[in-house]
Design a protein. Structure first.
Length: 155
């Protein structure tokens, strides 16, 4: 059984520039679309004005009606944090995550094993409108020493 480091904290708003897709979890896992998206984003990082660091965020925004299953499409935003919005590159979008209280859960180990961490989150905290993942180094995601920070709203 895994043990997880869990913290409650206040987060300032997060301004992102990147890509957005609407897909179900099953389609994302089957097509592996997020890998090429984050690689394309990283290749184009120098096009993003006011970029804050080299870590990448994945925001998963679930349907408002709360009826989510792995078959239901929802919005995935993958992007770099910026200090402010400048000129937005062609085919990229902006997205702002509001400030507020969040619970931070750390997933340690390969990204391909993150479902065990989400099982813990779902069993402990239930449904929620949004998940935020922060990948500090996308090249180490399958490493056993990888760390992915997951933030969920504190309700």
């Amino acid at each position: 059984m895994n043990t997880y480091q869990v913290d409650n904290l206040e987060r300032e708003e997060i301004r992102l520039v990147g890509f957005s897709i609407t897909e179900s979890l099953n389609n994302v896992l089957e097509s592996k679309i997020l890998g090429p998206l984050r690689e394309d984003l990283e290749k184009r990082m120098n096009e993003i004005e006011n970029r804050k660091g080299s870590g990448i965020y994945l925001i998963q925004i679930y349907p408002h009606d709360g009826h989510w299953t792995p078959y239901v499409p929802y919005q995935h935003v993958i992007g770099f944090e910026v200090t402010s919005y400048g000129e937005i590159p062609n085919d990229m979008i902006t997205h702002t995550v509001p400030s507020g209280r969040y619970i931070k859960i750390i997933h340690k180990g390969a990204e391909s094993q993150i479902s065990t961490t989400y099982d813990f989150i779902n069993n402990t905290y239930g449904g929620r409108p949004i998940d935020i993942e922060y990948w500090n180094d996308i090249h180490a995601l399958e490493s056993e020493v990888s760390q992915i920070d997951i933030y969920i709203p504190a309700i």
